[in-house]
Each structure stands twice: as C-alpha cells, then as structure tokens.
Ligand binder design. Structure first.
Ligand code: SF4
Length: 140
C-alpha cells in the first residue's frame, strides 16, 4: 500500500506524547485506528489537542496502512466480525485529499480480509458521487 502523506521517521515518531503514539486505541465503543494524524481545518471542537497534537496542521503517517491494520487485528480487544472499528476519528479528517487514499486503503484491506466488523467514519469533508459508489462497492 502506498503512503500518500509523509511517513515519520522513528526519531520523529518518538517525539509526540505517548497517547498520540498509540495507533490503536481502546474505547468503550470499539477500537479506534489513528496512524494518520494532523489536520489543517482547525475546528474549534477538535479533540486532537487532548492528544497533544493541536499544532499538527498537516497529516503525517506514523506507519504504513498495512502495519496499522496488522496492529489493529493483533490488538488484545480485537474480535473478528465483532469489535466496532473507528477510522481516523481522533486527529485527522478521513476525507482530506491526502488522507482519503489511506482511508480507502484501510477499508479495502479489511474488506479483502473478509472482516465484517462495523466501521465508523465521521467526516466534515465533501463526498463526491465517486466516493459513494466506491463505498457502496465494499462487500462486507
Ligand atoms: S476536521 Fe476533524 S481532525 Fe480536522 S480540525 Fe476538524 S475535528 Fe479536528
């Protein structure tokens, strides 16, 4: 899977607060996947400041999409077909032009693995008819 946003080096990944480096986060409502972080939109209610990431106004990748999905499915609270998954709902906007390829890469990989877990994606961005068609093509 290609990386569309800059991939941080090991040294750069070590700099953000611990909480921001936790790519798969347990939440009562499921597991949240956040290997892309940073957003230029500046919504006043954005929660990325609670992870120490308010100054990160451009999306960067902490790891590849494939590595992130491997971490997700290996998480101790992940259950195939059961655990709800939230994608990029903490520190970036999943349909920013640069983030969008990663959002689809995650969805495609989960679909290829025939995982039927419910997936939550929240967006403030404009969805194009192509997006609707693409999203509707996912089998699971
Ligand atoms: S779009 Fe999302 S990540 Fe970006 S500033 Fe707004 S709430 Fe934060």
């Amino acid at each position: 899977m290609a990386v569309s946003v800059p991939l941080l080096t090991k040294d750069q990944i070590d700099r953000p607060p611990d909480r921001a480096r936790e790519v798969v986060e347990y939440r009562k409502s499921g597991l949240s996947l956040n290997h892309i972080q940073g957003c230029p939109l500046g919504c006043a209610y954005c929660i990325r400041h609670t992870y120490g990431l308010w100054d990160k106004d451009q999306p960067v990748a902490l790891m590849s999409d494939a590595q992130a999905i491997d971490e997700l499915v290996a998480h101790r609270y992940f259950q195939p077909h059961v655990t709800p998954i939230q994608v990029f709902n903490r520190a970036t906007e999943p349909f920013l032009p640069k983030v969008r390829p990663h959002t689809y890469a995650v969805l495609e990989e989960l679909d290829e693995r025939e995982l039927t877990n419910h997936i939550l994606i929240i967006t403030r961005h404009q969805l194009k008819p192509d997006d609707v068609d693409r999203l509707n093509r996912f089998a699971t």
